[in-house]
Design a protein around this ligand. Structure first.
Ligand SMILES: [Zn+2]
Length: 268
């Protein structure tokens, strides 16, 4: 079905999966009560997408375990046909996305800071208030989608809460998606049943794979304006960010700096 079998990259975060709200006042750290379930459900949602891709004729599927420090999923329960990208400390934000993939899938990502969005944040909920690209707010999903897009790889599927899915479609167009839960607050939602979500992911990913020719890479034109607002004044004071011409970012108020970058990779 795909030319050369098709290579796919599934990036799995945990905040956006079914049945997950973190702990009030704490987020979704490894010490929170819902974390053990999140590991299992993240693995199940990834497996549903992996099976759909292989059933549609994929040749190779990678799963990136990208929440927190990069070791969350139950690897012995993952579909044994996958390669697993894991751990932290590498220099690239989106490891080896430049090696020729046909599509990227985002499972369990979260919204950028928005009322009622479950566990919404950008990079770190204790450090940043927002980041903006050319004046519009953007989350990790938009940045990862743009890094993939720079390498010619389109985003072909997303699953998360209702708000994150709406943000994905605003950026990437009307791509196949599954809403796992409806956000009520940062730590509260109405979730679909975890097993029903896996069934829906299988169906929608299969649809995406069967229409692979219809997707276009998401590209942020270069150069772009990049603005980042910190939670504390001293973080903005100590930010050492430079624009593409090596001029330091401008401090536009107590918490916020702004500059110009060539590529989304340069944010890191
Ligand atoms: Zn996460």
């Amino acid at each position: 079905m795909f030319k050369h079998g098709g290579r796919f990259y599934i990036s799995v975060d945990l905040e956006g999966i079914a049945g997950v709200v973190g702990e009030y006042g704490k987020g979704l750290g490894m010490d929170t009560p819902g974390y053990a379930f999140a590991k299992k459900q993240g693995t199940r949602e990834a497996n549903a997408a992996v099976k759909a891709l292989y059933d549609a004729g994929a040749g190779e599927v990678w799963v990136w375990d990208c929440h927190c420090k990069g070791y969350n999923l139950d690897y012995d329960l993952l579909d044994k046909r996958v390669k697993i990208v894991m751990g932290a400390g590498g220099r690239e934000r989106f490891p080896l996305i430049n090696t020729g993939f046909d599509g990227v899938l985002f499972i369990g990502y979260h919204a950028y800071d928005t009322p009622s969005a479950v566990l919404a944040h950008v990079y770190s909920s204790s450090t940043f208030q927002y980041q903006k690209i050319n004046g519009d707010e953007a989350g990790e999903m938009q940045i990862d989608g743009a890094i993939a897009g720079n390498n010619g790889v389109p985003v072909i599927f997303v699953s998360s809460d209702d708000i994150c899915v709406a943000q994905a479609r605003k950026s990437f167009g009307e791509i196949p998606a599954v809403i796992t839960k409806t956000g009520l607050a940062w730590n509260s939602c109405v979730s679909k049943h975890p097993a029903a979500v896996c069934d829906e992911i299988y169906t929608e990913v299969k649809k995406a794979a069967e229409n692979i020719e219809s997707f276009k890479p998401y590209v942020i034109e270069s150069p772009f304006e990049y603005e980042i607002r910190y939670k504390r004044i001293e973080y903005a004071e100590s930010a050492r960010l430079n624009s593409y011409d090596n001029k330091p970012f401008e401090r536009i108020d107590a918490y916020t700096v702004k500059g110009y970058l060539n590529k989304p990779e340069d944010i890191f």
